[in-house]
Design a protein around this ligand. Structure first.
Ligand code: FES
Ligand code: FES
Length: 201
């Protein structure tokens, strides 16, 4: 067992993990952040994409020990927490996926949104070709990709109007859970167990 310390959605986390534990297992099984999905376990579908230090990573192919000291952002960390502790506001990407009907079952959506968030953080006004390229590691089995590209384009426009970069300031987030058939739930992925993330003083 190895002790790792990292930040997940701006919460400090310390866990004992086996050296074989995958990042996606840490997120889903230990931290209860089930918005990160597992679609293939073979690094092909992109359902498990999260951000590690701001860069997209397929969490089914990253060992938990490899993120020791890193900042990890999951779909649960994308919505914006108001300073007054009120209900979090959807990230423009989450809202755009809903507005543009960019999902059906929603299983691929958290990974799509996180890959798109990384794109917009580095390329605020991407061309359609850049969007397609950024999402080529994310597979969707039931929605046409055109609406997904349109959603990313809409979010880019919205972020440009708001002057944001598409990522939470430091991975701060709200809770979210698996989108079991609900468009809103899939795009926001509220976690049922946000409180299970260990917080350090
Ligand atoms: S579950 Fe990780 S790429 Fe499919
Ligand atoms: S797999 Fe993408 S919406 Fe169903």
């Amino acid at each position: 067992m190895t002790t790792i310390r990292l930040r997940v959605n701006d919460d400090a986390v310390t866990r004992e993990v086996e050296n074989r534990t995958l990042l996606v297992e840490l997120l889903r099984d230990s931290l209860g952040l089930t918005g990160t999905h597992v679609g293939c376990d073979t690094s092909q579908c992109g359902c498990c994409v999260v951000l590690v230090d701001g860069r997209p990573a397929k969490s089914c192919t990253v060992l938990a020990v490899q993120v020791d000291g890193a900042a990890v952002t999951t779909i649960e960390g994308l919505a914006r927490r108001p300073a007054d502790g009120g209900a979090p506001a959807l990230h423009p990407l989450q809202q755009a996926f809903i507005d543009c009907h960019a999902l059906q079952c929603g299983f691929c959506t958290p990974g799509m949104v996180m890959s798109a968030a990384a794109l917009l953080a580095g390329s605020p006004a991407p061309s359609d070709e850049e969007i397609v390229h950024a999402l080529e590691g994310n597979l969707c089995r039931c929605t046409g990709y055109n609406n997904i590209v349109a959603a990313v384009r809409q979010a880019a426009d919205e972020l440009a109007r708001g002057g944001a970069d598409g990522l939470p300031a430091s991975g701060s987030g709200s809770g979210s859970g698996p989108g079991s058939g609900s468009a809103t739930a899939a795009a926001t992925a509220s976690t049922p167990a946000a409180g299970s993330v260990a917080k350090e003083a």
